[in-house]
Design a protein around this ligand. Structure first.
Ligand code: NDP
Length: 317
């Protein structure tokens, strides 16, 4: 019997290749949780995922209502789930004004963090229901969450402050987690710090009692994905070349997907509370290592405050 993995944002880039790599392992069925199912179907076919190896299910991470609906729809299938991969994300470096979710929360933080935070909390019960011995919840991180690493030094730096924006209700016109003025690149980085904090809090709170493995990874700089679709066209041309020839950080979408699939399925990655990296300089056959996360992302007090405030914002308590 095959195991089932749910991957959010599997219609392009890292998520699509992760779905393919997982299916290629032979013992996985993938639920591609996507906002645009027509696009997702085309994407699955374009990389040759066999039709009986995947199921498409609708989710819009930028809407908490949609996340709840997804969970209900999943439960109605009667399937069990052995792995959840939180991969979907948006990055909108050029917008001048914030966009908002139907709940009135800034859209980058909602899509990347709050939507996944709600999804993880709801799906914990479903992961627990599966009788499998090895269950995993993987959240995509990124080097840009960490100013201590070379790839994370370019400003603006992430800064959650004391979560003043979350504490004040995070409603328009409040649009940054620290309550300060809107900066779209920082909103992305803040959301990715929250992704790592969420993984660590899930580990602290639930690993021992549930046996679920919680982890994150930086798959390398995947400079060709649609994540950069909202950047200047010239940036989209030059960034992959820069990563390939100057920084050495470039990885292909295929390799990034294989790395995600390894963290989801391979026995050596059955370690909870860990952030995996293959470094910033790619070499043939490079192996992974446990990377120390940023000072904000390893701050347990911040983790607890993030948890309590996010819990409230997504309507769980
Ligand atoms: P892509 O833009 O290629 O893929 C993002 C995916 O998320 C797409 O499938 C997209 O759907 C989906 N998505 C966006 N918004 C929503 C939403 N509201 N609801 C549901 N799905 C949504 O980006 P990448 O593959 O590059 O990024 C994937 C992950 O990898 C992200 O978490 C990112 O932070 C991380 N990452 C990427 C790096 C890189 O260099 N590219 C480096 C480090 C980490 P659609 O197809 O409909 O647009």
């Amino acid at each position: 019997r095959k195991s089932t993995a749910i991957i959010t944002g599997a219609s392009s880039g890292v998520g699509l290749q992760a779905a393919k790599a997982l299916v290629d392992k032979g013992n996985w069925h993938v639920i591609m949780a996507c906002r645009d199912l027509i696009k997702a179907e085309k994407a699955a076919q374009s990389v040759g995922i066999p039709a009986n190896s995947y199921t498409l299910m609708q989710i819009d991470l930028g809407s908490l209502e949609s996340v709840r609906q997804f969970v209900n729809n999943f439960r109605a299938t009667g399937k069990t789930v052995e792995a959840l991969v939180c991969n979907a994300a948006i990055y909108m470096p050029l917008i001048k004004e914030p966009l908002f979710s139907p709940e009135g929360y800034e859209l980058t933080v909602t899509t990347n963090h709050l939507g996944h935070f709600l999804l993880c909390n709801l799906m914990l019960a479903d992961l627990q229901k599966s009788p499998a011995a090895d269950k995993r919840l993987v959240i995509l991180g990124t080097v840009t969450h960490n100013p201590d690493e070379l790839g994370g030094k370019i400003p603006p730096r992430p800064d959650l402050g004391n979560f003043e924006g979350f504490a004040a209700g995070f409603q328009n016109p409040i649009c940054m987690i620290n309550g300060k003025e809107f900066e779209p690149v920082k909103a992305y980085k803040d959301s990715k710090v929250c992704n790592v904090l969420t993984m660590r809090e899930l580990h602290n709170r639930f690993h021992e009692s549930t046996g679920i493995t919680f982890s994150s990874l930086y798959p390398g700089c995947v400079a060709t994905t649609a994540l950069f679709r909202n950047h200047y066209p010239l940036f989209q041309k030059i960034f992959p070349l820069f990563q390939k020839y100057i920084t050495g950080g470039f990885v292909t979408e295929e390799l990034s997907g294989e790395r995600v699939a390894m963290v989801v399925a391979d026995s050596e990655y059955k370690q909870s509370g860990i952030y995996w990296s293959w470094g910033n300089r790619q070499k043939e056959g490079r192996t992974s290592f446990v990377q120390k996360v940023s000072p904000q992302a390893r701050d347990d007090e911040k983790g607890k405050r993030m948890w309590d405030l996010s819990y409230h914002l997504v309507g769980l308590g």
